[in-house]
Ligand binder design. Structure first.
Ligand SMILES: Cc1cc2nc3c(=O)[nH]c(=O)nc-3n(C[C@H](O)[C@H](O)[C@H](O)COP(=O)(O)O)c2cc1C
Length: 196
């Protein structure tokens, strides 16, 4: 059985359309019987971004190569997962700051990546990350979509080979029913769940 880490950054929690789409995808994965899923709800974590004392503590621990501190638990869990699902709404052309805060906590040299004379290389176990998002307008394939794009490049940085984005967009445009748009995206999620 493989371990899936499900990182939930759907700020509006149960009211979130992104969460509905992500739940559907995760349920499809669960149905295969191949995975044990662990959800990390970022909204419940009280996570801190790097500044002042929190930043210096990290520097001191890294200088001592002490990776056992509880602050590194997010990086360890991410580095050890077999597959990863991240869900976040499209905000301000990318995603909520809470997800960036999580990423700051993940980027730990010696846990999720390493460096040598040639540069940095990812050290995460996962071979596939799926990013689930919903957007109010239409941005797919435009240079203004920087949420999925950023996550894809972070996967390369972490050494995760495969990346897919399950998205629903135009949800706030009033052109089609939200239900209909979400159902279409769910169908894509269903397909991906078979090859994840
Ligand atoms: C703070 C905030 C910023 C947003 N920024 C954008 C944006 O830049 N472009 C866009 O198309 N929609 C934007 N939206 C709309 C959301 O992407 C859209 O409503 C999405 O479906 C929300 O997901 P949720 O239901 O999971 O919360 C924004 C919404 C909020 C609350």
């Amino acid at each position: 059985m493989k371990n899936i880490l499900f990182v939930n950054c759907c700020i509006r929690k149960e009211a979130s359309r992104t969460k509905k789409l992500a739940d559907f995808f995760v349920d499809e994965l669960e149905k295969t019987g191949d995975y044990k899923i662990t959800e990390l709800c970022l909204m419940d974590e009280g996570m801190t971004y790097l500044s002042e004392g929190f930043f210096h503590q990290r520097d001191d621990l890294l200088a001592q190569k002490d990776f056992s501190h509880p602050r590194f638990r997010y990086a360890h869990a991410f580095a050890q997962a077999d597959k990863i699902v991240v869900a976040a709404p499209f905000w301000d052309l990318s995603f909520p700051a809470l997800l960036k805060t999580y990423i700051e906590n993940l980027c730990v040299e010696g846990i999720t990546f390493g460096c040598n004379e040639q540069g940095c290389f990812g050290t995460c176990e996962a071979d596939h990350l799926a990013y689930v998002t919903t957007r109010g307008g239409f941005y797919e394939g435009t240079p203004m979509e920087m949420g999925s794009k950023y996550m894809e490049v972070m996967c390369q940085f972490f050494g995760i080979e495969k990346y897919d984005c399950i998205f629903a967009e135009g949800l706030d445009m009033g052109l089609r029913s939200v239900e209909e748009i979400l159902l279409e995206a769910m169908e894509k999620g269903k397909e991906l769940a078979l090859t994840f």
